[in-house]
Design a binder for this molecule. Sequence first.
Ligand code: RFL
Ligand code: PHB
Length: 389
Amino acid sequence: MRTQVVIIGGGPSGLLLSQLLYTKGIDSIVLERQTRDHVLGRIRAGVLEQGMMALMAEAGVDARMKAKGIAHHGTLISYDDTLFRIDFQKHTGTSVMVYGQTEVTQDLYAAREAHGGQIEFEVAGVTIHDADRDAPYVTYTVGGQERRIDCDFVAGCDGFHGVSRNSIPQRSRREFEKVYPFGWLGVLSETPPVNDEIIYANSERGFALCSMRNDQLSRYYIQCSMADKPQDWSDDAFWQELKRRIPQDQAAQLVTGPSIEKSIAPLRSFVTEPMRWGRLFLCGDAAHIVPPTGAKGLNTAASDVHYLFTGLCQHYLDGTDEGLERYSEKALARVWKAERFSWWFSSLMHRYPDQSAFDLRMQRAELEFLRSSDAAQKALAENYVGLPY
Ligand code: RFL
Ligand code: PHB
């Protein structure tokens, strides 16, 4: 088999890239390790920046997002019983959209399938060959059969645990990592959200987040120990703990119900440099991870897709390789800013096991500064709605 671009990973990065390339007549084949149902069943991100929305529109998959997504013009931050609002509209003139990654992925799959896109599910043993030469190829097995695809380029969109990053020799890359000493326990429930806007809560019992998918579907998270297991937390224990971590007036109006999903996610900051090795380009979680405070993961994956798509269009349609040559530099410049914001916002909102009394006073002072300073609020708003591409 032969195609122009082999895309490893059928998550949002891989699918979005494949669909965008299709709109320009550039062929790709997507290789996905999991089943279609598994990929479409994952509950992850919830907040889209303007840049991601624009890419969905460019890919021609924004109809449902426009109809069902909810524009958020601000967000709420609390510490103990103090609640204040950051007004995105006032500070940046723009907003974000609450629309689940699960929906984004569904829209992308629907579009790829409607246009005859080639996606191979349940592939195993994906191996990238000769990415540092002129004629790369990818081998894998599916249904017990060995396959080979020759291509011009390989896009490594296979997430943090994929094979693409590790296909780059260790001497040619450098990794930067911070692992946080806690996780997020997330619950999805068919209940109306506690507030119209997302609440990020710092409390002495740890961080909590009140988010939503629509007016009948809520998504809540609490900071937990990485030693915890989701089954250790009954629904009742979860709701009790959440109520203790958000302002009393919010807790009083919280509608609880059975969880329809419960999982624990680790928190990590990670970047690999460079994001390109010869004809292999890393995109999204394959190259970098942010802690979810600030909702930057999917959105940063989207900015990578934008730079790579632009570079591939220039290569195939304009005959210039400048965009591909500068892909890693451009993507990383934006990645590091998202890393900084996510690290800063995580540090501000969580309790750390080794925090001293002084550290806690610093956190409190910074929250009070954020509550009272227009300049600090503007800086948060600018990062939250997404820095320009
Ligand atoms: P994905 O989604 O991990 O997709 C990678 C795909 O590659 C497949 N794969 C392979 N396929 C073939 N061969 C192999 N060897 C393979 N190895 C892996 C996998 O099966 C998978 O289908 O990476 P991608 O596409 O880069 O997308 C990244 C986003 O999924 C991620 O950044 C976000 O979900 C992060 N995130 C959030 N991001 C936001 O922008 N806003 C949010 O509100 C937000 N909330 C979150 C989040 C992530 C969370 N978790 C679970 C870590 C909330 C949580 C709790
Ligand atoms: C979510 O709705 O899942 C969500 C929202 C905001 C975040 C992280 C996750 O910062």
